[in-house]
Design a protein around this ligand. Sequence first.
Ligand code: AMP
Length: 495
Amino acid sequence: MIVGVDFGTTNSLVAYVGPKCKLEIIPNERGSRLTPSVVYFKNEKQVLVGELARSQMLARPEQTILKVKRKMGTGHRYKVFGRDYTPSEIGGLILRKLKNYASDFLGKEVKQAVITVPAYFDDNQRQGVLHAARLAGIEVVKLLNEPTAAALAYGVHTKNEKTVLVLDFGGGTFDITLMKHSEGLFEVITTGGSTELGGSDFDEVLARWVVETVRETNGVDLATDPIALQQVYNHVERAKIDLSSVEETNIVIPYIAMSPNGPIHINLNLSRSQFEHLTKELLKRTEELILTTLEESQTGAEDVDVVVLAGGTSRMPAFRSIVCSLLPKAEIKSEINPDEVVALGAAIQAAVLEGKIRNIELKDVLPHSLGVLDDDGEFVPIIERDSTYPTSAAKIFTNAYDDQDYVEIRILQKRRGTLVDLGNFRFTSKKKWKKNEANIAVTFQINQNGVLEVSAEDLDTNEVAEVTITGGVFGGGNQNDGEMLERRGTDLEVI
Ligand code: AMP
């Protein structure tokens, strides 16, 4: 059984195609379809993941890890109980939790998954997710781009050539992906949006409004009381969610604090129009981000055929009005629960790979180029940006000096003018060469996950590389995750 996993910044989900080709979200042991992507270290041996972890985060923030997805593939380290953990290790604990409850639900161990990642995730970030899965004992059959998954859930791939705009407005991010689709090929034209704009910014504005109102009426500053403040955040988020379906709501929090005159109770009325007025700057920013993404790709609003909505914040009526007014000609797809659409798309891809549903051939496009540094320190691309993958390309390298028995190559990734060092690739030979004698064919292969694999062959001897990659991401932190897990990761019990 291959399941589909949406490994999200705020929440994660698992879905599968069940009997009679029915698409289903797998509930966790509490019956919830969403599992918060939160890890809480109860002690040195046990971690809680999900709702239980989220409810601890206020009491013990130093033992709680949130939003690990944002750190995947970076050198970031989390220190808990005096030990360092990589983002992949923490991500691995979340994936282990998902694997455990999905296995319990299905009555057999889940070993394989399609896992979704943002289309803009680069090689490091993809490698980070793959490592996390490996640590969780999950074989990733495919890393699927989230917007492609959302489009797949809506069956966009069954249509003729289309320009598809996927707007994924979640808790902390607003991901905009403009894609062209024809004959099973989803080509990402451009990605935009913001990693600093999401539903929690709307909560923040409302929380500030509540705190200010209490300060004005009661002279008490709730901002100085973390427990009271957390209660305010919980209630304003609920009010915001209510206002997506009703025109008016109340924020009622009894006994929120004490004042010299006795206990303070909050009882505020909030209308949808008042909420939209309070958050008008955020809504304006949302609109600007969509327009900028279209402009950057020189796509007119009238060229967009289909808009796919994903992420909880996309339920906000004000957001939907913005989308309708900016893109009046587009068909807006919003019937599927926006929290679940990415996981469901991943489950469809999983079922395709299992042969359960008819073959849909999907291809993705690489969002960055991969190459090497030449002798002058210039970046030389080997696989160009926008190449469809899986793909491979080779280049011949030689040695620079007499008596050299190795060829060393620096592998880099280039995206929007920025170079990232992925590592040094070393081919070691059994013999010593004269200057420029070696003929080493280095093959760069982008596998079905959008991840680089490198191999090398001495064309004179047919000797296949004895490869060591040092430094950068391949040779650095992520590569060590496996060892770290052996050392301590598996001794953690995930609850
Ligand atoms: P996601 O990251 O996709 O799980 O989205 C979570 C965000 O969606 C949170 O900020 C939620 O408060 C928000 N959200 C969920 N449902 C609604 C709704 N009905 N209206 C507005 N925001 C919502």
